[in-house]
Design a protein. Structure first.
Length: 281
């Protein structure tokens, strides 16, 4: 993996062919110093944005882009730091850009996302023959392929040259005992070489299973600084074997992350930086 600073006034949405990951933000749900943990994956002519939190449109704007420029979306779960910017995506596309962006979403999660989050601010903006708008008036919908051979109800999508495989995570509620007991939330394997945990409680079995299956070059792992609640703590992650920690980059961190940089380093890990190109040749 090569790390380079973003040097463009307008964030490029293409590469020379290499896989590129850019964190539009690296912060936790309540961050005030970073943006939220949403990423843009770019490869050749293709791109997809993973999650679009409340502050993602602002982060894109600071990088010279509008949500109207992003054509493909994949959403991991319904917390506002992951979906809070979607209403802006929908309204800008419908009324300014006048196109529909593409969303890759299982049917099960489309119902959750529409009924419980997006419908309130979008359905009644128009009325045609007595009916308001629906999800598919805003989005071109693509269904991931079920991959029952992968662990945890895996799915797969191909977005141009970008391959995403998903796995369910044990994120919330705090009381969930396993991933299939938890509410809908997924993490990703990108091009069979990068693991992005999404939001999850500490889940050693998930990490070791994915290590065995994909031997990822890098694992982007969410972190918090106390044990309990709905994210993995630094203390818990410190307990993973050294050969796994060696390629863990910590993301989704609270504003106090600098106080923990030495501890992470001692354990062979570092914190992800926002607005940096992570390039995979
Ligand atoms: Zn989150
Ligand atoms: Zn979350």
């Amino acid at each position: 993996m090569r790390i380079r600073k973003v040097s463009h006034r307008k964030l490029p949405l293409t590469t020379r062919g290499q896989l590129r990951i850019l964190f539009l933000g690296t912060g936790s749900a309540f961050t005030k110093k970073n943006y939220q943990n949403n990423i843009l994956i770019v490869k050749g002519e293709d791109h997809v944005m993973i999650d679009c939190g409340t502050r993602a449109p602002e982060a894109l704007s600071r990088l010279g882009r509008s949500v109207g420029d992003v054509r493909n979306y994949y959403i991991t779960h319904s917390h506002a730091d992951h979906v809070g910017g979607l209403e802006e995506v929908m309204l800008v596309n419908r009324y300014v850009t006048r196109t529909r962006p593409h969303i890759y979403i299982p049917e099960e999660y489309q119902t959750i996302l529409w009924e419980r989050s997006l419908r309130g601010g979008s359905e009644e903006n128009e009325r045609h023959e007595g009916e308001g708008l629906g999800f598919e008036d805003f989005w071109v919908v693509h269904r991931p392929t079920e991959r029952p051979d992968l662990p945890r109800r895996g799915t797969e999508v191909q977005i141009g040259g970008i391959n995403l495989k998903t796995f369910r995570t044990r994120h919330f509620p705090e009381q969930a005992r396993s991933w299939d007991d938890a509410f809908y939330s997924v993490g990703l394997v990108i091009d069979d070489r990068v693991m992005f945990t999404g939001d999850t409680q500490y889940d050693e079995e998930l990490i070791t299973t994915m290590e065995e299956l994909f031997s990822p070059e890098v694992i982007f792992h969410d972190v918090q600084f106390f044990t309990g609640g709905i994210h993995a703590s630094l203390k818990e992650i410190n307990g993973l074997p050294r050969h796994i920690r060696d390629h863990i980059y910590l993301m989704h961190y609270p504003d106090s992350w600098r106080d923990h940089a030495d501890e992470a380093k001692r354990h062979g890990m570092q914190f992800v930086k926002q607005w940096v190109f992570y390039d995979f040749a």
